[in-house]
Design a binder for this molecule. Structure first.
Ligand code: MN
Length: 145
């Protein structure tokens, strides 16, 4: 099957969806599901796009993410480190690792994310989690929740 790119980060037969069904712990981010898995690859391939000033949820979970930066520049919190990332960089997010993506100021930031179809729900930080995370000043300045 071919899912043709139509230009401007839209693909045929692919809707622009809300990032998540519910919640408020994110900002200015959309989701496109490019593939719902196939045969012995039971994985969704998604394209997420974060507008300037936007961010994904700060979360962790048991399932892993394989990410390739696809558009623009951003930063990612991964565990206890913050990395600048750009097009073609690959980010692997292991189980139970805090992560959050942000667009670099003034840029639209997009990434592909491969995830198992059968996966657990994300955990959001508790007040205690946030306190721990904020002990690192760099992380305190970065995270949005
Ligand atoms: Mn996640």
């Amino acid at each position: 099957m071919l899912i043709r790119h139509l230009g401007n980060y839209d693909w045929e037969n692919t809707l622009v969806l809300n990032y998540k069904e519910e919640g408020t712990h994110f900002k200015s981010i959309t989701r496109r599901v490019l593939c719902e898995g196939l045969a012995d690859v039971p994985c969704q391939l998604r394209y997420f796009e974060i507008a300037p000033e936007g961010y994904s949820t700060l979360e962790h979970h048991q399932h892993a993410h394989l990410v390739m930066i696809f558009r623009g520049e951003g930063e990612v919190l991964l565990g206890d480190k913050i990395y600048p990332v750009q097009e073609k960089d690959v980010v692997t997010i292991p189980a139970q690792t805090w992560h959050q993506f942000r667009a670099t100021k003034g840029t639209t930031f997009g990434f592909l994310c491969l995830v198992n179809i059968d996966r657990d729900r994300p955990f959001l930080p508790t007040e205690d989690d946030l306190k721990l995370l904020r002990q690192n000043p760099e992380i305190a300045a970065f995270i949005r929740s």
